[in-house]
Design a binder for this molecule. Structure first.
Ligand SMILES: NC(=O)c1ccc[n+]([C@@H]2O[C@H](COP(=O)([O-])OP(=O)(O)OC[C@H]3O[C@@H](n4cnc5c(N)ncnc54)[C@H](O)[C@@H]3O)[C@@H](O)[C@H]2O)c1
Length: 335
């Protein structure tokens, strides 16, 4: 049984907690949050862009709580920590944990600074820690099906893939503070569209060219991005588009469309029960498991890697750092 601590009990921390509690091989031993007083209230307040269900107040009462990481580590026998605070704290907290030999599951984006990201990777390797960044889309069933169909050429070779992701500007938790600290979160490009950029990186790696257009929003100069990626040798074009320039209650939506030689497919989180497969003659529906299952799968996979003493090959930190570099290729803010 792995003893786990979560640092940052906001939208993502709660999402991780639900999926750790659901997994009978894992034990949520501690929660660390600078606002520990407000923890119970968070269970009933609206947070995030999808519903979080499954943390009961009585169970929460039995989990030890701390205001800072070091006090927790000094008092508990922790094996791994999930870092679910905002991006500006990712590097310092992950460094503190990896330096002490703990396994780290770090929310995306890894860090906005390439050198800091590399330093974390080196530290994890030096201390034999499993280090994985939460690129959850790699673990979402509809996107795994997309990868399988591409790899197995189920509908012939892929020609064109379009991925999109839109939401309103986040207004829960500490996100309001990010609006007064323009640019510090990396904005929608590094925080939202990164999911699709990472998925394309996972599928095909570095493209031959990227043509990108961005628009500013509430959080950064890159809160809307639309980009065309070209893979010359594969003969594939990819479009990634998304952002959070909309008002806060705008419904979250993500999905993909793909044109293969023999069929075209469509998936949207607004109709999550199936992927639609269209030919010239008919449309069929392939049943799907809903995307949020990806959160359970990514956490389960991370602990399987720890148990088996393996690196997280499905989501290596080196690949996560490549994704950050790809994000920078969509901006003029070169790092
Ligand atoms: N994988 C995904 O789909 C996904 C979705 C949303 C957010 N995220 C990522 O998760 C991270 C957090 O986002 P969120 O929406 O959960 O934020 P949030 O504002 O809801 O929560 C942040 C939490 O961190 C706590 N915190 C802040 N400073 C702290 C400190 N020094 N020590 C301990 N706790 C501290 C806050 O009190 C708060 O509870 C971001 O990096 C974001 O990009 C990932």
């Amino acid at each position: 049984m792995q003893n786990i601590a979560i640092v940052g009990f906001g939208f993502m921390g709660m999402t991780h907690a639900v999926n750790i509690i659901k997994n009978d091989q894992l034990r949520l031993a501690a929660i660390i949050d600078k606002d520990i007083e407000g923890i119970e209230q968070k269970l009933t307040s609206k947070t995030g862009n999808f519903a979080i269900e499954g943390i009961d107040k009585d169970l929460l009462g039995t989990i030890n709580k701390y205001l800072d990481i070091q006090t927790c580590l000094d008092n508990e026998a922790i094996d791994a920590v999930h870092v679910c605070v905002h991006t500006d704290l990712h590097y310092s907290m992950a460094k503190q944990l990896l330096s002490q030999g703990l396994h780290v599951f770090l929310e995306k984006p890894m860090t906005l600074d390439i050198e800091e990201g590399q330093e974390l990777i080196d530290l994890a390797n030096k201390n034999n820690c499993v280090f994985m960044v939460g690129h959850v889309v790699r673990f979402m069933p509809p996107y795994q099906r997309l990868k399988q169909w591409i790899d197995e050429k189920t509908y012939g070779p892929l020609k064109f893939l379009s991925l999109s992701r839109f939401s309103g500007v986040p207004s829960w938790g500490q996100w309001k503070e990010k609006q007064t600290d323009f640019g510090s979160s990396g904005g929608a490009l590094f925080d939202l569209l990164i999911h699709d950029i990472d998925m394309v990186n996972y599928l095909f790696g570095q493209p031959d060219s990227i043509e990108s257009t961005s628009m500013p929003g509430y959080l950064s100069n890159n809160d809307y991005t639309c980009a065309f990626w070209t893979y010359d040798k594969l003969g594939i074009r990819v479009k990634v588009e998304g952002g959070n320039v909309f008002h806060s209650t705008f419904p979250f939506q993500a999905g993909f469309s793909a044109q293969f030689e023999e069929a075209s497919i469509f998936y949207s989180t607004l109709t999550p029960e199936s992927i639609q497969v269209a030919t010239h003659d008919e449309i069929t529906h392939v049943e799907e498991i809903d995307s949020p299952d990806g959160f359970y799968q990514e956490i389960d996979y991370f602990y399987a890697c720890i148990r088996e003493g393996k690196k997280p090959h499905m989501c290596m930190p080196e690949s996560s750092l490549e994704t950050i570099k790809l994000c920078y290729q969509h901006t003029k803010d070169i790092k």
